[in-house]
Design a protein around this ligand. Structure first.
Ligand code: CP
Length: 343
């Protein structure tokens, strides 16, 4: 797989924050402070009930144009970003990549620059190349915000934040929580972002469970404990996050068979008994029933899988409104600096 990070190393700290440390792009969890993550969660709290109101809109992005650019398939992320932008009163353009000039050979940056020339203020981008959004953020004009909706195996930061929101809302203080992430960790941009967010927010313990072939050592370096047996890894955990087997990203034979994977790592009600009795069950979706999770668990009383989807709108509203506010503050600061310089 091509990686823009080979050419353009990722330095999230410099690109995604203003000089005053406010969010101006949202590219990865790495490089963000606990205060910023908590601000995202608190801002989402102020939006979470908007779907129940008769008028499901606030004017925070009125007059702004948001462009959704999804170079990979999506149901949840794309739909909730669109709803989030609409609920913030933005104008939303969804470019259908399969019918766009990308098929005629137009480069990603040329597509971006043409859409920028139409007066777009924010791009929500999903791309197969790790680092694509970081590269774009370093190239766009200062008043355009870039939001990462998933890049290669690298990061899916809004998914991680809606997961953190779900955990905080249903289990409270992170410092008292043991969290297990189960399955295809190797190919998961979600797991990488979740481990970073859980560490920054101070979770008591983060465990990764899966077959050795799907457990990368580099996440252990971030402070996660690795387990190859569900019985050990799920013992006494408060949160179980299941992941999809990403067969589309598997180059070689990393698994004996789906049936064997389900036997060892599929979350059945029997295996869920290893966790605390009040443990919550999560999954970023799409779920593969009978591959990584049993239907009776996915649809059962401990499952928050559909709650995660609902909270995704509030988290995406929070991230969009915070980046626009960061951009405006930075622009005002620059205007002031220019005035002072020319006085
Ligand atoms: N969780 C997630 O990213 O789902 P989609 O691929 O449907 O957006």
């Amino acid at each position: 797989m091509t990686s823009m990070t080979d050419v353009h190393p990722i330095d999230p700290r410099n690109v995604q924050l203003t000089e005053d440390g406010k969010l101006r792009h949202f590219l990865s969890i790495g490089g963000l402070s606990k205060e910023i993550l908590e601000e995202i969660l608190d801002t989402a709290d102020s939006f979470v009930n908007i779907g129940e109101k008769s008028v499901k809109k606030v004017p925070l992005l009125r007059g702004k144009t948001v462009v959704n650019l999804f170079f990979e398939n999506s149901t949840r992320t794309r739909s909730t970003f669109e709803l989030a932008a609409q609920r913030l009163s933005a104008d939303v353009l969804n470019l259908d990549i399969s019918k766009s000039a990308t098929a005629k050979g137009e480069t990603l940056m040329d597509t971006l620059q043409n859409l920028e020339a139409m007066g777009s203020d924010m791009f929500v981008i999903r791309h197969a190349d790790s680092g694509a959004q970081h590269f774009i953020a370093s190239q766009v004009t200062p008043d355009v915000a870039i939001i990462n909706a998933g890049d290669g195996r690298h990061a899916h930061p809004t998914q991680a934040m809606l997961d953190m929101y779900t955990i905080r809302k249903h289990k409270g203080d992170f410092s008292k929580l043991k969290v297990a992430i189960v399955g295809d960790i190797l190919h998961s941009r979600v797991a990488r972002s979740q481990v970073q967010a859980l560490n920054i927010l101070g979770a008591e313990e983060v465990r990764l469970i899966g077959p050795k072939t799907l457990l990368p050592d580099n996440l252990a370096e971030l402070g996660a404990k690795l387990y190859t047996r569900m019985e050990d890894g799920l013992k006494d955990v408060d949160v179980v996050i299941m992941l999809r087997l990403q067969k589309e990203r598997m180059d070689g034979a990393l698994l004996p068979s789906e049936g064997e994977f389900y036997r060892l790592y599929g979350l059945t009600s029997e295996k869920l008994n290893y966790a605390r009795p009040d443990a919550i069950v999560m999954h970023p979706g799409p779920i593969n029933r009978g591959v990584e999770i049993e239907s009776v668990v996915a649809d059962g009383p401990q499952s928050l899988i559909l709650n995660q989807v609902s909270y995704g709108i509030a988290i995406r509203m929070a991230v969009m409104s915070m980046t626009v506010s960061g951009q405006m503050q930075q622009k005002n600061q620059q205007d002031q600096n220019n005035e002072e310089a020319s006085a």
